[in-house]
Design a protein around this ligand. Sequence first.
Ligand SMILES: Nc1nc2c(c(=O)[nH]1)N[C@H]1C(S)=C(S)[C@@H](COP(=O)(O)O)O[C@H]1N2
Ligand SMILES: [Mo]
Length: 253
Amino acid sequence: MTRLITRRTLIGGLAAGAGGMLAGCDSITQSDAGRSVLFTGEHIHKALQRGLMTRRALAREFSPEQMSPHFRTNGNTNPNTPEYEAHFANGFADWRLRVDGLVRRPLAVSLAQLQALPQRAQITRHDCVEGWSAIGKWQGPRLATLLDAARLDPRANYVVFHCADSFGGTRYYESIDLVDAYHPQTILAWAMNDRLLPRGHGAPVRLRVERQLGYKHAKFVMRIEAVESLDAIGGGRGGYWEDAAGYAWYAGI
Ligand SMILES: Nc1nc2c(c(=O)[nH]1)N[C@H]1C(S)=C(S)[C@@H](COP(=O)(O)O)O[C@H]1N2
Ligand SMILES: [Mo]
């Protein structure tokens, strides 16, 4: 698959560009060719910086009065497995969110621990590719907090979400790069509209990645895996709908 720019390569690229510009500046600017090379370098530098700034921009947040009176569910609304039912029946007391893959300290996090981490709440608009939107309030810890606690390996480029539900025997999965993983509004929501996340919306925890379309917001997240490449995940396109229906991996809005 096409490898989109990740935080590491982008920052590496910017640093290399800046170093190149400083070194040997005087001799290069003597010639017209040198000036155009410099100009091009600066141009690329600015374009990269602009791209990164765009990716880091916040999604619009709304006021409580703007919240949708009804927020519909979509896709799977219940994993329908005995394991999930058992977890649901006892309020996910024995459930653990695993954080593993390219991390130095794999984690198994309880719902109570997720609730005890520093929280972020946001009222945002969810846009589904099928043509509906709804405004809701989401609360949970930032994904960044968990990835830092797990000590993400520098080789990691993507974060994969493994879910409890399936379509025709294939578990739902999604992935994002590190720019989105560390975006301030990217949270693991265990609360919606000031209540525990309902089953249909992905209990006990679902991803909110506010700069992207609805199908990226994985529900029923059981495991978070840090990987270097998406090639070995499912069909290699980084997500259930990406593999099954050719949806775009980067679904920016
Ligand atoms: N695990 C899982 N996550 C999922 C889906 C799904 O079927 N299974 N559907 C996606 C789609 S297409 C949308 S629009 C949203 C719907 O979220 P909602 O049910 O809270 O409205 O979840 C996304 N995440
Ligand atoms: Mo969707």
